[in-house]
Write a protein that binds this ligand. Structure first.
Ligand code: ZN
Length: 480
């Protein structure tokens, strides 16, 4: 028990700061989710009582506590204030605390921190701040998009765009600051020159398409949707869904062609893209895979059913997840989301049986995607383990895709004597695989960049030294 306390004590400030920051962000999300669908500015005017319009006093603006002090009522008009406000603040505070915990405290081989904590704990809070910002921004935007989606059946583009731009910018900065070893071990999927080319080509096409949409040279699909919405309804029976898909196929096709051109022009370059390219291209490629997957499903399903199947907001949502986490997580989330949907239907059934009232008429798909992404971020190890059981072969295949296959490298990996790197924490074979995989990525880069001889001889020592140095440098006193 004392040991555990000693492990947690140095992190109490971190937990406190993460919780407070999360509560403030949650407070801001409440404002965003209320104002953005109405087209209002999220900064001006300052927070007001939604009923009587009185401006909130300073102490009423304190997240969670402000609501508790006022006992859930406006002090002027006495109208009760929804429990949703402190609820969202508490939720985001807990999400931020959980993220801090699994990045910097959780056992790197366990369900919580797997394939993630290793990197964050290795380099410490300061060196990994851009990456952490990307993840926290994504979580915040997922909460905001869920709130607006449940209420209004739309996900404001501003919300998903914030996460996308932050993801790309933060990881690009992280790449620019990273040493080569850091770039090779970091938590995003690694990028070959083929992928880098596809990302740059596709990314330029996405920017170009948005510029054309913005200037009006390209018409948005469903541009005349509003004309079909009846008064008092949120959704319309839109008769031209199939026709609109033809527009989207052309747009998507253009982006895919641009990505292919990019891939073909850079694919022949020797070696592995430098850290800056890794940082820039991994999120862009993640965005393209995340958004592209939902977009293709949307086009095909809409074509078959004749009504809009998945919102463009869902496309942007999974794109944002890819921009902050790389290309694997959005794909996994896409397959996990239906289980969240099933759980919801089950819960609705139970509530209906118990109370005789239906839980809700309809729920959009976006919240299930968001739940799946959050679950993956917080507990990736559990999904990896379940995935290994249910779909043996998929996870090794995904990993093989990530590391560009080069001669000798995989062979060198399997020749590594067992037990050599299981010393510290006694990893089991499966966890061991994760470590070996991390190492294989590093070795690929090391070998290609003439780090080879040194790295292969004393990787464990070098890793431990670097770890000690980071800990000492960041003033962290985690003793085991
Ligand atoms: Zn009031």
């Amino acid at each position: 028990m004392d040991d555990r306390l000693a492990l947690w004590m140095p992190h109490l400030t971190g937990f406190g700061f993460a919780f407070a920051l999360g509560a403030c962000v949650g407070s801001f999300i409440n404002v965003v989710a209320y104002r953005m669908p109405l087209g209002m500015s999220v900064i001006n005017p300052p927070s007001r009582c939604p009923t009587c319009g009185r401006r909130l006093r300073l102490h009423e603006n304190i997240p969670i506590l402000g609501w508790a002090f006022a006992r859930g009522r406006c002090s002027t008009c006495r109208v009760s204030i929804s429990l949703q406000y402190p609820g969202i603040e508490l939720l985001v505070a807990l999400l931020f605390t959980a993220t801090y915990w699994m990045s910097f405290v959780a056992e790197p081989s366990g369900w919580w921190g797997r394939s993630w904590a290793q990197w964050f704990q290795h380099y410490g809070l300061v060196a990994t701040l851009p990456g952490l910002v990307a993840v926290l921004t994504l979580l915040s935007c997922l909460v905001a998009s869920t709130l607006t989606d449940v209420r209004t059946f739309t996900i404001p583009l501003g919300v998903t765009l914030t996460a996308t731009v932050t993801g790309v910018a933060a990881w690009a900065l992280q790449g620019a600051l990273a040493t080569e070893v850091m770039a090779a071990t970091w938590p995003l999927p690694s990028v070959s020159w083929w992928v880098a080319g596809a990302s740059l080509g596709g990314g330029v096409a996405v920017l170009g398409a948005n510029a054309l949409l913005h200037t009006g040279s390209l018409t948005r699909s469903f541009a005349d949707y509003g004309e079909f919405v009846k008064d008092g309804e949120t959704l319309a029976e839109y008769p031209h869904a199939r026709r609109e898909m033809e527009h989207e196929v052309i747009l998507l096709g253009g982006i895919i062609v641009a990505a292919l051109v990019g891939a073909l022009s850079l694919g022949g370059v020797q070696g592995i893209p430098p850290p800056v390219m890794q940082g820039l291209c991994a999120p862009v490629f993640g965005y393209m895979i995340g958004a592209g997957t939902v977009w293709v499903v949307r086009i095909v399903a809409t074509w078959i059913k004749g009504v809009e199947a998945m919102g463009m907001g869902d496309v942007h949502l999974l794109g944002a997840a890819g921009a902050c986490l790389g290309w694997i997580d959005p794909l996994a989330a896409f397959f996990i989301a239906p289980f969240s949907g099933l759980a919801w239907v089950g819960a609705a059934g139970v509530v209906k049986l118990a109370s005789g009232k239906p839980l809700r008429r309809e729920l959009p798909y976006g919240p299930h995607l968001a739940v799946a992404v959050v679950a993956l971020v917080l507990c990736r190890g559990a999904f990896v383990d379940v995935g290994r059981l249910v779909f043996p072969g998929v996870i090794p295949a995904v990993r093989a895709l990530q590391t560009p296959p080069r001669s000798g490298e995989m062979g060198a990996l399997s020749e590594r004597p067992e037990g050599q790197h299981t010393s510290e924490k006694g990893f089991s074979n499966e966890e061991d695989m994760d470590r070996r995989w991390m190492r294989s990525r590093r070795n690929t880069l090391d070998g290609l960049r003439q780090w080879g001889t040194e790295a292969k001889r004393d990787t464990p020592e070098r890793e431990r030294n670097a770890q000690d140095a980071t800990r000492a440098g960041a003033g962290r006193s985690r003793s085991g």
